[in-house]
Unconditional design. Structure first.
Length: 101
């Protein structure tokens, strides 16, 4: 025969200094008054990659004149602008960062 569960009250012993207190930051967090780092504007630049539409083609020439003249463009970066190895892989020569002309 199964005994029915008895109704009761759970009582937890709390460690000293860990008593049940309201969290001080809760009102700011729940109302949106707290500003997170993602909410703060950071002066930065961003870029766009121009990718090839032909996977087996050979890059002959890069003409970036129109891109450099566009409003808001600070710089156009190509393989010749990469100092040292133009590489993004773990082993040298594994994966080129930009394709050179």
């Amino acid at each position: 025969k199964v005994k029915p569960l008895k109704r009761g009250v759970l009582k937890f012993d709390e460690r000293p200094g860990h008593e049940n207190k309201p969290q001080l930051s809760a009102p700011g967090l729940t109302t949106g008054a707290v500003r997170y780092t993602d909410d703060m504007p950071v002066p930065s630049l961003y870029g766009y990659l121009v990718v090839s539409t032909c996977a087996t083609g050979k890059l002959v020439k890069i003409d970036s004149a129109a891109a450099e003249m566009a409003e808001g463009v600070k710089s156009v970066v190509t393989a010749k602008d990469i100092p040292g190895l133009n590489d993004a892989g773990f082993a040298p020569g594994e994966e080129m960062l930009f394709i050179a002309e």
